[in-house]
Design a protein around this ligand. Structure first.
Ligand SMILES: [Zn+2]
Length: 255
């Protein structure tokens, strides 16, 4: 179990929200699902137990009926389009990217459309018209083309900047240490980042705060953090865990 003093800054911040009569909106995105696995079962179980809506970014090219059947009765889950094949088309010295680079725009958009149709057909009751670019990267020039494919929202990483031709529902706190241990990041660091996001929203930022998970590569530290986070927030009066569906709807009605 994690030392509860690590959670203190989070509790203190949430108390401030509660005292002010305010409610922070959180949402959960988990990437890279293709098929049912033990790790996915754990994620589904924990989110179901705490009534946390879950957006699962599924890789269209390699997924099929087994995952669709497994998720059919998981009413708290929605499925977003995670690129096409999660292939990196960048050069060896560039940041990894599937959606952009030197490939023809038509090729990329064609793949995205194929992915959109495939997941829409596989998930009649769970499909969310959201694009989650692999590695959270997409060429800027592609974004205005997404609505014509049917996408109504885009989710990458970091606070949204400026005007967008599509609803933006981003993630902000990434559980994993991709460039170091490749395991879960230290809990104190994650709590600190979450508190910083909460402070920003308290001061007037109105973006919901997205927590980003990757169930397939979670180690004990990552699972511990998620468990602690759910425990601390699931029934806290100053926190509302919101589905991405509701967040997109909310954004489309106010713009
Ligand atoms: Zn991914």
């Amino acid at each position: 179990m994690i030392d509860s003093t690590l959670r203190e800054p989070l509790y203190r911040e949430l108390e401030r929200w509660r005292d002010a009569g305010r409610v922070a909106r959180l949402w959960l995105r988990d990437d890279d699902a293709i098929e049912p696995t033990a790790a996915l079962e754990r994620l589904l179980g924990e989110t179901r137990n705490y009534s946390i809506p879950l957006t699962l970014a599924v890789v269209p090219a390699f997924t099929g009926m087994p995952l669709a059947q497994r998720l059919a009765d998981e009413a708290h889950v929605s499925v977003a389009v995670h690129g096409w094949a999660h292939h990196n088309h960048s050069g060896p010295d560039d940041k990894k990217q599937e959606l952009g680079g030197s490939r023809l725009e038509e090729t990329i958009l064609g793949e995205l459309y194929e992915g959109f149709l495939k997941l829409r057909d596989l998930y009649p009751a769970r499909f969310l018209t959201m694009l989650v670019p692999p590695w959270n990267r997409i060429d800027k020039g592609l974004i205005p083309k997404l609505p014509a494919l049917g996408f109504e929202s885009l989710s990458t990483y970091g606070r949204a900047k400026g005007e967008s031709p599509i609803a933006i529902v981003n993630s902000h706190v990434d559980l994993m240490d991709w460039h170091g241990t490749r395991g879960g990041r230290p809990i104190a660091e994650l709590i600190g980042e979450l508190v910083a996001e909460l402070q920003d929203r308290f001061e007037g930022g109105n973006e919901p705060i997205g927590v980003l998970a990757h169930h397939l590569v979670h180690d004990a530290a990552a699972w511990d953090f998620l468990g602690e986070l759910f425990e601390a927030t699931a029934v806290h009066p100053a926190v509302e865990w919101v589905s991405a569906t509701a967040l997109v709807r909310d954004q489309m009605s106010t713009t």
